[in-house]
Every structure is written in structure tokens, then in C-alpha cells.
Design a protein around this ligand. Sequence first.
Ligand SMILES: O=C(O)CCC(=O)C(=O)O
Ligand SMILES: [Fe+2]
Ligand SMILES: [Zn+2]
Length: 583
Amino acid sequence: MVVWEMAYKTADESREAYSTLNGKEIVDDLGQKIILYLSFVEKAQWKRLDPPVLPPGLTVIEEMISFDDEKRLLESINWTEDTDNENFQKSLKHRRVKHFGYEFCYENNNVDRDKPLPGGLPDICDSILEKWLKEGYIKYKPDQLTINQYEPGQGIPPHIDTHSAFEDEIVSLSLGSEVVMDFKHPGGVVVPVMLPRRSLLVMAGESRYLWTHGITPRKFDTVQASVGHKSGIITSDIGDLTLNKRGIRTSFTFRKVRKMPCNCSYPSVCDSQRKETRPSFPETDKEALQLEQEYVHRVYEEIAGHFSSTRHTPWPHIVKFLKALPSGSIVADIGCGNGKYLGVNKDLYMVGCDRSQNLVDICRERQFHALVCDALAVPVRSGSCDACISVAVIHHFATAERRVVALQELVRLLRSGGKALIYVWAMEQEYNKQKSKYLRGNRIGQEEKEEINSDTSLRGLQMTDVGNQDLASSSVSPVNDFQEGRCNSKKVTNSELPIHTNRTSFHSQDVLVPWHLKGNPCKDKPVEPIGPVGSHDPSPVFHRYYHVFCEGELEAACQTLGNVSILQSYYDQGNWCVILQKV
Ligand SMILES: O=C(O)CCC(=O)C(=O)O
Ligand SMILES: [Fe+2]
Ligand SMILES: [Zn+2]
């Protein structure tokens, strides 16, 4: 539901609006049907702050070029030419883009200063830029041009142009149609600014470095109704607002590529002055907990919706385990995610738990029983479960001790004779000369796909049936012996955790795995991914901590438990898996 505030000048007008609009279905400008429910409020809260002012350093100069020049500039753009190396043209989801002088790379939000594009800026810009320089509108000659074309309904996400990429002054010429651009201060103040057709927006100082700018994707803008008002701030004076239909707007944004690091006075948003924030390998339990909080819990909370949309197919061997349980069994899914196993076998009483409130909410929306808890302290009585599953969870604990405690907690829940199925991500993504599906998934941008196979085939499954051997009495080697030696990986000690490249082999057991968030992230929460400040790319990158297991490591950890026997241990498409039984 969306809540709007509307105000009418008189009580009569309000009454009339109520009787004509309340409960009526209307079609919005995107063709969606919406129903309006109106209700009166005693006092409408129209926050009249101080007289609105433009962000410091921002100016809008009207009538910057003639209609003729506008036409010439628009006609000069060849959106279809074969651009090979000439310049860079890309149809971003939200608009058409073309670069001159230097290519702007949306992956890292920066330019490659060593690779200027041949041809420089289009000749047609030369005389225009000279004129602006002479007349003092700009201080230095730009060497980079980005042309953006927005259809009505398209926009550009709020961002700060990367400090280290461009000098202070950034100017943008609006052609074809006016638009309202929103400027936002980190403190929360939003200033909508009208950019008329043929005007030049100049962003310098605070408005360039500290405020984000962006264009909300929509087909209409709320603009000032008063005659004569052209550029500048849109006030919230409801008596003077009207809707303005957007047309196709083409902007020429001119910038100067920076050769030296930025030393602005806004270090909090300056990538040149940003300290490396990549976490280190945890030395203590406290550090491990902090790492998990920041690089597991917080991340899953933020990516829950998108994560859930990529987790739909239950893995066949886990389904098989659940289907083989006797009807009426009580089963806990510790780390249930979006609950994709909770409904697999309707004859079981399944309860899920997860550390992420947002994921548990998704389970509940799907009518599953789920609760928020930590896998190290599950609020379920000891011995009350016939079975447990733990799929892709234990690898998120940051020390060998914590991983063992997580396993212990799983076993604590089981009655004697109860079984647990455990899956963890494997260091070995190639096993018996076969690449895991994770490595084989070579479609660009597919790193968010299921890490673990969703094939129904048995390919890649290696079973070791270790029978009913009671490991409590067998001689066991400590977990750490398994970590070293067996695996050809270096243990990272007191150093930064490496960032894993998706769809490649692991080079370290303790890694940060990037997650490219797609779709609409939680709008209210600022995202703080590792990477450039402010992003043009609407998919911010999050990093999840993983400890990927070496062959034998999961079994060794299970062996330390004492009260279990390992029924089965196998490799399943890039994962090490065991089935335990409590003795
Ligand atoms: O369309 C515009 O005026 C702004 C474009 C922009 O902000 C950018 O390309 O960084
Ligand atoms: Fe920008
Ligand atoms: Zn800076």
C-alpha cells in the first residue's frame, strides 16, 4: 500500500474530492490499476522548512544554447553506428548511454586514464565548450563526455560521480526535454531541481562531492505551476504544483578526468581518501563473531529478497533424505533461508530457523513455521528432533571451534537414533575431473545462482558409505590437522580476507564471496558495499564470508563430537556432505 498526502484549500473541496475519489479505481501513468482510499486528518503536516536553497555549488543556467545548436547536437549522435573501439555505447536498463574521450566503466565506476578513446570529444562540442570557457561558465576544458538518453519512465539511480575519476566541476546540458533531478544530502535533505530544456547544470564543490544526484524513473514530474518559473528548486507549496509529462531527454555531461587522487574536504564519501575496510582473518572468538555479524548476518538481511528469488529448486539428495524420513517425524531446518525445504515432505513436522529476520518473514509468508535464532543457540529442547538438516550454513562460521559448536548444537537437538544431514561448500570445485555446476555456470552475471546443484541427475555425486561405525570410540584427528596439509590452500593468518572471483576455483579456504544485489534493495537503508562511493550501477556488491571445506574436514569436525556415527559422507556438486546419526 502506498500512502499519499493530499491537501485541499477548503473543507468543501476536500469533501468533494472524498466523494468522487474514495474507493474508486483509477489507472496510473504506468497503466497499473490502483484504488484510492481517502481519509481526513485534523492537521495536515506540511513540513515547511527554511526557505529551500540549492545545494551549495550548484547552478542552473537557462537558455545556455540556441534551439539550432540543440538540434545540431541531437542530430550529431549516432546511436546505431558500429562503435567498435571508437567510443562506448551501452543500453543500460534505465537509459541509453554513450561515452567519448574516456570510457566510463560501470563495473568499478571509474575511467581507465591510460586508455583514452580515439577521436576525443565530438568536434561539434569544441566551439560550444570554448564559448563556455571564455564566458566563465566553466573553469577548465572537459576531456570526457557521457551522453545519456532517457525515455519517459527512465532515470538514473542516485549517485555521486566517483571522486577519484573526475575533477571538481561537472556540467550537464539538458536537451530535448526538461526533467526534475533530485539532489540528496547525506543528512537526508532532498532538493528536487528543475533542469529546463537547453539549460546547463553546473555541479561544483559540495553539490558535486557530497550530494547525490539522480533522476527518479517515472513518466511525470511534479513541477511548479507558476508562470515564469523555469529552473531551480521545486518547492512543496501545494498551491503551486502541477504534473508535467516527461519527453525524451538527452543530456551531455562533460567532465575532466582526474590525474591525481582527490583531496576534497568530504573524506566520508571520497574513494581516494577511503581507508581499506576489508576484514581480516579472525584471531579471536570476538573477531569471528564480528566478522559473521558484518559479513554474514547483515548481508543476508540486506539481500534476503533477491537471495530468495534465486533459491527455488530443492537439491535432489536433500529431498531424498527428507522423503525417506518416517511420516510424522519432527525435523528442524537450521539455517532454513527462504524455506525451500520446509514444504518438501508434507508428512513431516518441519520447523525452520534462520538468523535473518527477512528470510524468516519470507518463510512465514509461505505459511511455514520458522523462527529467528542463532545456529549456535537454537531454542529447541535437547533430543526433541527426529532429524535435522543444515544446508549451506556451517561454512559461514569463522573459526574451527565455532563450526564444531554449530555441529554440536545440531546433534543436541536430535533424539538418539535421530539423523542430521549437513551440506557445506567445498574448496574443491573440481572433483574426479569433473567441474562443479558452480564452475560450469559460465553465464555472465550468474554468480547469484544456486551455488549448489539443482540438477535432478546424479552426476557429480560421490558416495562413501562408512556404515554404522561408531566414531565416538575411534581415534580422531583434530580438525585443524585436516585444515592444513590435506588442502592445497594457504591459511590466511592475520591478513585481509581475499575476495573470491565468482565461478572460479577457490585459492583460499577463508574468503569473501561477492553478491551483486539486483532488484530493489531496501530503500531506506544505505548500502555500504566495498567499492567506490556512490554507484551508477544499480546493483551494489555485498560480500559474504565463507570458510570452504577441504576434503575430509567436515567428517573430521563431526568426529570430534563423540556422540555420533557418520552414516554417509559424499561430495555433491561442489559440496561436502555428511549424514550423521546420534548414538
Ligand atoms: O543526465 C544527467 O544530466 C546526469 C547524468 C549523470 O549524472 C551521469 O552520467 O553521471
Ligand atoms: Fe552523475
Ligand atoms: Zn574526494
